[in-house]
Design a protein around this ligand. Sequence first.
Ligand code: TTP
Ligand code: MG
Length: 362
Amino acid sequence: MGSDSIIFHIDMDGFFSSVEVREDPSLKGLPVVVGSDPKGGEGRGVVSTCSYEAREYGIHSAMPISKAYRLCPDAVFLPVNMQLYHQVSENIMELLKSYASGFQQVSVDEAYLDVTGIVSNYEEAAKLARKIKDHIRTSEGITCSIGIAPNKTVAKIASDYEKPDGLTVVTPDSVREFLYPLDVSKIPGVGAKSQIILEKMGIRTIGDIGRTDVQLLIAKFGKSGIRFKKIANGTYSSEIVEHRLIKSISKEDTFEEDVADTNVVKKTLAILSEQVHTRLLRKGFVFRTVNLKVRFSDFSTYTRSVTLSAYSNDKMSIYRTALRMFSEFEGMGSFRLVGVGVSKLVKMDEKQRRLDDFFDVD
Ligand code: TTP
Ligand code: MG
């Protein structure tokens, strides 16, 4: 990323709750909490997110749902509808890609865009950002906040600056002016622990970090100290990492000898489904389409696919769907090869995965 780069960081406002409000406009203006069942204050799960109205009661992501209930029992509590949010996310990411020369999705509701070369200055960049915001609002019915800056870190801090429905432009010559007054907690990676240490060093603002000798920071934070210093001065930059999009995951098996016994083939389908499922989880995806490939001993090859009504990461739905497709070929001859695959993949968000862990405990 050169020094003349123009980077956008785009983050949806109250993403899950915004989608819920879009689905049911009668919720507009109400405190809406998306998360596990509060069970009248006895629920043991956590809040995924909440509307800005609910935030006024002190409710926030990752808070125990029982606490959220205590803070605002009259809030509208809704379960997590991940399929829906993934669908909206997918639409938004597709839309965003079309505006950028470089694109990096960071989570279900957040992405970096490199628009260097698409716009030639910050005025044009701001115009483009307004256009993107309008596009998302009209096509997906929700708002987002955009930060524009010469690098990713400053863009991320900027997108958070005027949430919700914000647009913050930080030109290269106003980076310090923008960063210096902000609290150190605005630096990505500075959590409660680091804040306590910084506080003891008399450091409260990003400007304080900028003015502190880097050696002192290194003594307390190691390598992170260098990063904090660079971020404070607006010179920390990392590349936009384009994800090579994985379109499908599949496994196939050629039998040592052609197999006529369909029970043997079915067992192989079970093993292949298991292997595909393991890779799917490792890559962190959910799927919607299951694919089957069969090759007969005469090399004639057939593929079939079924798209499910919903995204899934369930092993049995891979296997059962494969079996269902396979039934068409039973008794038609002996098989040389079978393969199972999944496609229409969507990244299962990191944050949500952590949340799912909470739900398991419940
Ligand atoms: P965020 O962008 O962090 O939050 P948000 O979009 O709800 O609100 P903001 O306006 O402040 O950006 O996360 C995006 C979604 O990820 C969020 O809507 C729900 C989910 N999420 C969780 O499920 N658990 C969490 O702890 C967090 C932080 C987010
Ligand atoms: Mg968000």
